[in-house]
Design a binder for this molecule. Sequence first.
Ligand SMILES: C[S@@+](CC[C@H](N)C(=O)[O-])C[C@H]1O[C@@H](n2cnc3c(N)ncnc32)[C@H](O)[C@@H]1O
Length: 272
Amino acid sequence: MKLRELYTILKDVLKEASESPGSEALSVLTKVTSQTRERLLMNFEEEVPEEVCQLAISLAKKRAGGYPLQYITERCYFYGLELHVREGVFVPRIETEMLVELALKLIEEKGFKMVADVGTGTGCIAIAIALESECEVLATDISERALEVARCNVERYRARVRLLKGAYLSPLLPVLNDVQLIVSNPPYVPTSAELPFDVLKEPYEALFAGEDGLDFYRNFFSDPSLLARKTIIMEMSPEQEEPLRTLLKDLGTITFFKDQFNRTRFFRLDVA
Ligand SMILES: C[S@@+](CC[C@H](N)C(=O)[O-])C[C@H]1O[C@@H](n2cnc3c(N)ncnc32)[C@H](O)[C@@H]1O
């Protein structure tokens, strides 16, 4: 079968499930042929081996059944970076790019030298900060799979990021005195929330944080003495503004920020 015919079949398989079946069909083709989109488009009349056609069609069917495209292509994009991702690791979201912007602005204003990213996933936030600043960046996660993927991305970009395994502040304790800024996009979805099928393919521990979605924050801030005089920037859900204001009111000064969709999405806490 010619590449052009295969492309049409894939587009057809994807059209019910995707808003951009043509683009997703090309993404599947880049994965199975290891060619760039540009090369594929130039070689549309080439014959494709039967086993490659079968693989492409089965991946398109998987995608049409609600499997995230990023897990099929094993690629995602964040802050201008192309990153490796795979099943079992959270796919970075565009909203989170603003967390990087907030952090970089503060790093410049305050001259911070050491930053920690808690719950790094693919390493997206940590790598973006390391590449755009002079800071030394520490990145932690509880998930070994996430750390493997983050390691691959850190090496690809030769970013100054040190990866550490563990929950909350525990892996940072030996160096916590020197950390001036902590950033995090933690799990913050209430367990009762109904999420789209493709989002539910992402790891449970990356998404959910107890009945009200605040468990991560509660545990992270449970010993405020560890965080004295540090600045923390975290992502949150827009409905969590009031509960977070209440939870953190005795710890320091809290400021909320909106994302590019005009929803309250981040807070900055300057711990007293
Ligand atoms: C929403 S994902 C964010 C990943 C990445 N920072 C991003 O923005 O794409 C949350 C990450 O936190 C990690 N995580 C969950 N609970 C944690 C904990 N108690 N301590 C450290 N990391 C945790 C998960 O494994 C997951 O990688």
